[in-house]
Design a binder for this molecule. Sequence first.
Ligand SMILES: Cc1cc2nc3c(=O)[nH]c(=O)nc-3n(C[C@H](O)[C@H](O)[C@H](O)COP(=O)(O)OP(=O)(O)OC[C@H]3O[C@@H](n4cnc5c(N)ncnc54)[C@H](O)[C@@H]3O)c2cc1C
Length: 419
Amino acid sequence: MHVIVVGGGPAGMMAALRSAECGARVTLLEKNAALGEKLRISGGGRCNFTNAEADVRTLASLYGEAFRALLSPFTKFDSQHCLQWFASRGMPYHIEDNQRAFPADNRAESVLRVLVDELKRQKVTVQLSAQVTGLQASEGRIAGVLVGGRLLKGDRIVLATGGTSHPETGSTGDGFGWLSELGHRVRFPEPSLVPVAVKERWIGELQGLSFAQGRLEAWVAGEKHLARNGKFLITHFGLSGPLVLNMASELSSLRQKTSRQGELELRLNFRPELTAEELDRDLQERIASAPGKKLKNGLAGMAPPRLMAKVIEASKADPEKPLNQLTREERQAVRKNLQEFPLTFKSLMDESRAVVSSGGLHLDEVDFRTMESKRLKNLFVTGDLLDINRPSGGFSLQLCWSTGWVAGTIAKPTDFRLV
Ligand SMILES: Cc1cc2nc3c(=O)[nH]c(=O)nc-3n(C[C@H](O)[C@H](O)[C@H](O)COP(=O)(O)OP(=O)(O)OC[C@H]3O[C@@H](n4cnc5c(N)ncnc54)[C@H](O)[C@@H]3O)c2cc1C
């Protein structure tokens, strides 16, 4: 049996490995000069390669509407299998907050190295700089793929060309077009887990500040619509980090729904662990303990220095003034800016900054026991090509490992085996 895998990202590499392990002759076609370009930049170069949630039903429930569909692939290869798979191939890992798993050395390269070594060990033929330009179908089957102007024939074709986020990594959405031409229902992709741009241009002055536990609220015309706690960071254009990526779609639809009511205000709370009264008391204590200190020095430690300077500026207080000359209004303004720092939503960033794009092949078009297309025998679809929303936290890559592994397994659906 000759298996052709199109796309050398995580889903494609896993599918190729698994097919080879099942005894097939495997050709992996990748248009870039190297494998796994997106994997390399994942998790800011650290690669949150799975989410260690051990209960399969809980894991699947985090993928929203895809819960039922994913029970089958996750039962065959879930995050515990994934952790074991990488660890047994020489990649230790550690688990951080919210069950996010990273390689022990925090290097995405380590994840990639395991996959590349394994491709060699399993004798997969890897063709780099091999751009597939189309699929050739006849009589309800795919005969092969068009590459370099010729037809490469295969018995089984696994599509793993990814979504459309960060297109410079090679994910240019080619698979969506092919699937659609072959009669599949495909939802046009749009950025999903994506950072947010704000209107305040000075935000770049705070670039790089990150908050392990902050709170983001969304307000329109004096009404609070959304509020969530989590980790976020400030970038040169606005906000990013897990909290913001996970709220992006909701913020975008809120903007559309309320566009006539005024600006969408984002309020950042840098000290959500304290109530307003507790923070005000903290301020009063600091003033009482060092009344002669300048404001800019006396409040150091309440927030990172660059942020504190901005908070004082936004509170319209003179940073050179001694603490005991701070008026009640100024003190209250400082408190407010630490807990309700206002920014104005501008837009979601585009595909070039998205972590994943939503959209893709409709779930009803795939048999999740095998990842085979229900329309074309011998066509298998994996990873970011599937229309599955998921939060950030290692869930995207787990989806790739599970669907790649299942698509690569050449056996009856009841005969899966884990090695
Ligand atoms: C900045 C960033 C950070 C991320 N961090 C994380 C994280 O920490 N944890 C997590 O779980 N997820 C993360 N993700 C998401 C995760 O990287 C993706 O979900 C995952 O890479 C998708 O894998 P894939 O194999 O489906 O597709 P891709 O990784 O997109 O791979 C597709 C491959 O197919 C190739 N290809 C495309 N078209 C053709 C063609 N015509 N012919 C031949 N080859 C082709 C491409 O060049 C590419 O190599 C991150 C994404 C980004 C952008």
